[in-house]
Design a protein around this ligand. Sequence first.
Ligand SMILES: [Zn+2]
Length: 156
Amino acid sequence: MPKCGSCGGEGRVTWEEDGRAVEDACYRCGMTGVVSEETVLDARIEVVAERLAVSEVERIEATPDPEGEGLGLAAAESGMSLYDYKRQMVWGITDRIGRELAKLSRSTLLSLLDTLDPAPAPAPPAPVVRYMTRVADAEVVRLIAADAADDDELPF
Ligand SMILES: [Zn+2]
């Protein structure tokens, strides 16, 4: 069976959160370090679906809104930041596209994946983990900015 791309065959995944390394069981391979061909296929579907979803959200965001409201207002009405709102949109659309792709015949699906994702990693990391990294990055930037602001207020 192919080596799990999420954990590189380790069975455990690590990422950084709040500046420290966090380790957890790899859910993709169930800590075995290997995955089935089906899991590899699911991962490819997920990657392509997410890529399409990101494009779709970018397209929606770039489309002029005649009412002048746009995603910012929709986010505010949901009590979310624009970032979180867009992330949730990407998740929703990824899920929808993924389900549509999974309905295709195997041969159609494989040629579509080969076209949209010509040189895939054996099993790319789950989008959730990549998003967590991006969130962590944003948080680090915020903390550094807050830290810099604090420094300015020091009395010496
Ligand atoms: Zn794994």
